[in-house]
Write a protein that binds this ligand. Structure first.
Ligand SMILES: N[C@@H](CCC(=O)N[C@@H](CS)C(=O)NCC(=O)O)C(=O)O
Length: 202
């Protein structure tokens, strides 16, 4: 049986969302952030040395990194609807966005969140770098969603799940005000039943 270690308001929503899309049964272990520091509790460190969510446990396998967990689950199921066929142009778009979510987008989005929490004035060298990254990334995302319905083309895939959780943080920080295509996309994917089921766990 699969066990998902979930932290409230975190990237582990991606894993729950995918499991609901695939109708795969799982056990859930819920961990609660410290309300002041927002850090994960010690209970997560007992599961994985990084002490971060998500963590997936399947028999002797203990896996972190949401993107790797998505690929593991897609390898495990016979349902191939959420990952384009290997070697197709859509497959490589899928790969690009699956990695983009953590490899490119996470840094400027999470840094923007931290800067907002710290009420930074925006005059440090890092602020300029983050502003430039935010501009480049969201222009690219907006242009992609202007020409196609989903990140890997015309079908919803696990790359959309990876991207959505980061786009939601961006929206909360106010980075999407000039990006109508991205806001409309978010409303569309958030209406999915599997998304609602995943979010019911916080
Ligand atoms: N790149 C990792 C990031 C994991 C990560 O930073 N998780 C955050 C929640 S979104 C966390 O557990 N933070 C709590 C902490 O660091 O104490 C992934 O995609 O899984």
């Amino acid at each position: 049986m699969l066990t998902v270690h979930h932290l409230n308001e975190s990237r582990s929503t991606r894993v729950l969302w995918l499991l609901h899309e695939l109708d795969m049964p799982y056990d859930l272990v819920e961990h609660e952030r410290n309300s002041e520091t927002r850090l994960a509790p010690e209970s997560l460190k007992k599961v994985h040395p990084l002490g971060k969510a998500p963590v997936l446990v399947d028999d002797s396998l203990v896996l972190c990194e949401s993107g790797a967990i998505m690929e593991y689950l897609l390898d495990k199921t016979e349902d191939s609807s959420l990952r384009p066929d290997a070697g197709t142009p859509e497959y490589y778009q899928y790969q690009e966005w699956l990695h983009f979510a953590e490899g490119s987008l996470a840094l400027p989005v999470i840094a923007s969140l931290m800067m907002k929490m710290e009420q930074r004035t925006g005059d440090k060298p890092m602020d300029g770098y983050i502003a430039k990254e935010v501009n480049v990334d969201f222009s690219y995302i907006d242009a992609t969603l202007a020409k196609q319905s989903y990140f890997a083309g015309n079908d919803f895939t696990a790359a959309d799940i990876m991207m959505t959780v980061m786009l939601e943080i961006a929206d909360n920080v106010g980075l999407l005000t000039a990006h109508g295509n991205i806001k409309a996309y978010l409303e569309k994917v958030q209406a999915r039943a599997a998304y609602q089921a995943a979010r019911s766990h916080g």
